[in-house]
Write a protein that binds this ligand. Structure first.
Ligand SMILES: NC(=O)c1ccc[n+]([C@@H]2O[C@H](COP(=O)([O-])OP(=O)(O)OC[C@H]3O[C@@H](n4cnc5c(N)ncnc54)[C@H](OP(=O)(O)O)[C@@H]3O)[C@@H](O)[C@H]2O)c1
Length: 313
């Protein structure tokens, strides 16, 4: 395609790729400063994933939805997985209408039978799955005092954030190892690298489990031609963070900005991606462990569970 025509197509594609209109981002300047680096370069993304089969879990809402739109615009063959089948179908229509290629894969990651069936369906795609973005996630912010009869919170988080993704990835790994190629991306949280925050036990334990799985898998898989990337996002203003009123005024990314962080990781395939301050914060966590624990105790005592966490079943 001539350069000018390609630039026009890129501009048109980018214009179609927008965050949902209801997403507002407070403190845009500070949000950009604190966020991990992203890339909006559709030409680079096209070079990385054009024509490849990219599976995005959790594609029905938020970050996954924004990522799927970008991947579709960049010429990837996108497979969209989540429970909300109607939303996935609508997203497929949107991607196809914009000239892309997409397929909906309704899937509940907490159901091992559904994961097994999904693996079979994915294995039937000619050429197999090249890239897996483990983006689906379940977040719970609730104090332990309100969790005494809620073992299911911990079971569900483990199922969505760890056990389901591991089963799915194991099912797809054989074909990747045979081809000696593939990219596995885990959309994680800065919370797994920092002193564990009160009220986040269910979420952080499950996100940490998959983070450790990736850390152990990466050196095993790299000699076989498979790249592993863990992405540590800060606050993103999505359906997931919305129930906590205190987060609404904090600096954070829009879903599309977070999707651009994932796009950059798909282009560069680094082992990990996070905001610039995460590494110094990790270093400081050990010498400052006692004051941090004291501060966390104070903040916990002053804070409260969100209305959603107080009322939900
Ligand atoms: N938002 C933040 O501040 C933030 C910060 C750091 C990291 N992250 C991570 O970013 C990822 C995306 O989060 P988001 O903010 O975009 O949240 P979101 O808008 O709530 O989207 C979560 C996605 O996961 C899917 N999902 C949930 N349960 C599922 C299940 N049982 N089976 C299959 N799919 C399921 C949801 O689809 P269905 O409901 O249709 O199944 C949805 O598409 C998550 O892994 C999250 O941990 C988010």
């Amino acid at each position: 395609m001539p350069e000018a025509a390609y630039a026009d197509a890129r501009t048109a594609a980018l214009a179609r790729v927008q965050s949902p209109p209801d997403v507002r981002r407070p403190h845009p300047w500070l949000s950009r400063l604190l966020a991990p680096p992203g890339s909006g370069r559709l030409d680079l993304l096209r070079a990385a994933v054009g024509g490849k089969v990219v599976l995005v879990t959790g594609a029905s809402f938020g970050i996954g939805e924004a990522l799927a739109l970008r991947l579709g615009a960049a010429g990837a063959r996108v497979v969209l997985a989540a429970r909300s089948g109607a939303r996935l179908q609508a997203l497929v229509r949107k991607i196809v209408a914009a000239g892309g290629e997409a397929l909906a894969l309704p899937l509940d990651l907490t159901d091992p039978g559904q994961v097994e069936a999904a693996v079979e369906e994915l294995a039937a795609i000619p050429g197999g799955v090249d890239v897996v973005v483990h983006n689906a996630g379940k977040s719970i912010r609730r104090s332990l005092g309100r969790s005494l009869d809620r073992a299911h919170d911990f079971q569900r988080c483990m199922a969505v954030n760890y056990l389901g993704p591991v089963q799915l990835q194991l099912g797809l790994l054989g074909a990747m190892l045979t081809r000696q190629a593939g990219h596995i991306v885990n959309v994680s949280s800065v919370g797994v690298g920092l002193p564990a925050a009160p009220r986040w036990a269910a979420y952080l334990a499950s996100k940490s489990a998959f983070d450790v799985w990736m850390a152990a898998a990466a050196p095993e898989l790299r000699p076989g031609g498979i790249h592993c990337t863990s992405i540590y996002l800060g606050l993103v203003h999505t359906r997931m963070s919305a129930p906590t009123p205190g987060y609404r005024g904090l600096p954070g990314q829009t879903p599309d900005e977070a999707a651009q962080v994932i796009c950059r990781a798909l282009i560069r395939r680094p082992r990990s991606v996070g905001p610039w301050w995460l590494t110094p914060a990790r270093w400081l966590a050990t010498p400052l462990a006692r004051p941090v624990a004291w501060l966390q105790g104070k903040l916990f005592a002053r804070g409260s569970d969100s209305p959603a966490a107080q009322g939900a079943r």
